[in-house]
Design a protein around this ligand. Structure first.
Ligand code: NAP
Ligand code: GLV
Length: 310
């Protein structure tokens, strides 16, 4: 029977994924990876944040399936074999991302945070209606997740632009692409949403220069990777008044150390890397369908490009 090894950073999580993948793929033998074990002879690996050791012992692998959208953690592993890596495409995460962005955007644009403060004083005090043109939103990264978010926010009436590597057309979204158009994209953006993959090109992209290029009273919503942000530059922009707020779901160090200035900063809202979580049923369905396609000699989508890193 063809074997599939399942490996994550935590034993309980590995066991759970093994069990649900086994239920979906009864014609395969799903094996739980454990530290120190010898190779199982698996043909496929299903992983999330796996230790590099997995690929030193499992030497017969023909493809790797990532239980998430971002592949930066896998691509950084030493000794990673040169075999196809497939990542999740949307798999229920795009809607979660849109919900997250609209939730935090509206706290500022509609003043919901302010109403929460007024409630503490029993103050019945309506604000003026929103003027959407004052809240131009810019989405960095127009892939599976960014495109969905851009459309969802545009549908509410916000002026929305998106920035990607390559050009495209998207109804209701002003498109910018490539390094040459980056400054223009930032210059029309007040609420910046980051949905880029973490690559050599995008590491540290949310830095002093970027932050200074945004419109006044800007809000940064980072829901991609912590290493996109230069923390000192973000804190300086918050403290100088350039930024109205930062909404952070991902951090350079996770879990974020208890003494990090973000925790108690009055302009920072934080969540613990949950903007879009991998949904079990969607992930199992996507990966099992792809494994069966490969077994039939057919191509499967979600293939990661090693040259671009996403
Ligand atoms: P994706 O489909 O691969 O899309 C990536 C987008 O980024 C593409 O539009 C791409 O442009 C653009 N891009 C890449 N490098 C660029 C560069 N140097 N300059 C300009 N644009 C660039 O990725 P996805 O599935 O939407 O996921 C995006 C990221 O979200 C993941 O990599 C992961 O880090 C993060 N994520 C976070 C959470 C969370 O809970 N916080 C959950 C899931 C995912 P082209 O279209 O031109 O190629
Ligand atoms: C989560 O961060 C993912 O990349 O799926």
């Amino acid at each position: 029977m063809t074997r599939i090894i399942v490996a994550t950073a935590q034993p309980e999580s590995t066991r759970r994924w093994r069990d649900v993948m086994q239920a979906a793929l009864p014609e395969f033998e799903l094996v739980e990876w454990q530290p120190g074990q010898t190779g199982s002879g698996a043909k496929y690996a299903v992983v999330w944040g796996p230790p590099a050791e997995v690929f030193q012992t499992e030497t017969g692998l023909e493809a790797i399936f990532n239980l998430g959208a971002g592949v930066d953690a896998i691509l950084g592993l030493p000794g990673l074999p040169d075999i196809p890596i497939y990542r999740l495409e949307d798999a229920g995460m795009a809607a979660q991302m849109a919900e997250y962005v609209i939730h935090y955007l509206s706290r500022y644009s509609r003043g919901f945070d302010e109403y929460a403060r007024r409630q503490l004083h029993s103050a019945w005090s309506p604000k003026q209606g929103i003027v959407y043109s004052r809240w131009p939103v810019g989405v960095m990264g127009l892939g599976q997740l960014g495109t969905y978010v851009a459309r969802a926010v545009a549908n509410l009436g916000y002026p929305v632009a998106g920035w990607a590597r390559s050009p495209r057309e998207e109804e209701g979204v002003e498109i910018f692409h490539g390094d040459a158009q980056f400054k223009a994209f930032l210059g029309r953006t007040r609420v910046l949403v980051n949905l880029l993959p973490l690559t050599d090109q995008t590491r540290g992209i949310i830095n002093r220069e970027l932050l200074q290029s945004l419109l006044p009273d800007a809000v940064v919503i980072n829901i991609a990777r912590g290493a996109h942000v230069v923390d000192e530059d973000l804190l300086a922009a918050l403290d100088s008044g350039k930024l109205m707020a930062a909404v952070l779901d991902v951090f350079n160090q996770e879990p974020l150390p208890a003494d990090h200035p973000y925790w108690l900063h009055p302009k920072v809202k934080m969540t613990p890397h949950v903007a879009a979580v991998t949904l079990e049923a969607d992930a199992v369905d996507q990966i099992s369908r792809r494994i069966r396609l490969l077994e039939e000699g057919k191509p499967a989508s979600g293939l990661v490009r090693r040259d671009t890193g996403y």
